[in-house]
Structures are given as C-alpha cells and as structure tokens.
Ligand binder design. Structure first.
Ligand code: C2G
Length: 129
C-alpha cells in the first residue's frame, strides 16, 4: 500500500483544497492529512480559523480522498510523521515549492500546482462586498 501525506489548515474548505486532495490521493492508495491545530495556526501562521480543528477535521474526514486525519501541532513533526506512518510520498501545493525538500531523504516529495483563482482570502473579500 502506497501511503501519502499532506499538511494544511483547510479553513474555509473550498474546491482548491479538494483539487489538491484528489491529486494527492492519486499519488498512492492511502492519504493522511495532517491538519493544523487551532493553536498551531494562531501561534505559527497567525491564522485565526473560522472553523475549529474538530469542525475542520469532521469536514476532511467526509472527503472520499481522505483516509486519516491527524493533528499538525508544529513545523518539526513532518520527519517523524513520515517515519511513524511509513509514508512513501509527501505532497504539498506549489506555493511551498522547495520548502520541504529536506524530506527527500525519507520519501518522495511532490509539489502540485495550486488552483489559482480560489483562496480563503478571496472568499472572505467577496463576502465582505
Ligand atoms: N491549495 C491549493 N489551491 C488553493 C488553495 C490551497 O492547491 N487555491 C493547497 C495548498 O497549496 C496546500 C493545501 O491546499 O497544499 C492546504 O492549503 P492551506 O490550508 O492554505 O495550507 P497552509 O496554511 O499553507 O498550511 O506545514 C504545512 C502547512 O500546514 C501548510
């Protein structure tokens, strides 16, 4: 079984995220999503999520491409996650191109193109109009 992992906040979930998750799953047979906790988002990414971790986790678990959701609590856990879950391929959107190449020592690293026209910021701006 080929195992894939990806990381993110996934708040306000939208079709750009779904495009990413679909293509991440195509890289193997089993997809783990490491979902940023509320604390990690606030302390490390200065992101205040609209939906809580539990709400975002529930939504991700309802997506057909996602097999397991685990918490992302810090920047350093990726190497340990890859080892613990015996990951074959690490996937991220190409806004992170090159940032996680250190993982190439442990697994394949794939950066997929983002869906350009959609973002949570765009959604919030449009709703504010
Ligand atoms: N994404 C995408 N297209 C978009 C928006 C997002 O392909 N229009 C991808 C991102 O490239 C990322 C994933 O969807 O791979 C999740 O996006 P975010 O929730 O914004 O993730 P981010 O906050 O960048 O967290 O340790 C890594 C971080 O946790 C990544």
């Amino acid at each position: 079984m080929k195992k894939v992992i990806t990381y993110g906040t996934f708040d306000l979930l939208h079709y750009g995220h779904i495009n990413l998750l679909r293509r991440a799953k195509e890289q193997g047979d089993y997809l783990i999503v490491a979902l940023s906790t509320d604390e990690f988002n606030w302390n490390e990414k200065q992101k205040k999520c609209y939906f809580t971790y539990e709400e975002r986790k529930q939504m991700l678990e309802a997506i057909r491409y996602v097999d397991l959701v685990i918490p992302e609590e810090n920047w350093e856990q990726k190497k340990e996650d890859v080892r613990e879950f015996r990951i074959d391929t690490f996937v991220m959107g190409n806004d992170w191109e090159g940032k996680f190449d250190f993982l190439k020592e442990y697994c394949d690293v794939v950066y997929l193109s983002r869906t350009p026209e959609i973002s949570t910021t765009q959604i919030k701006d449009d709703l504010g109009k």
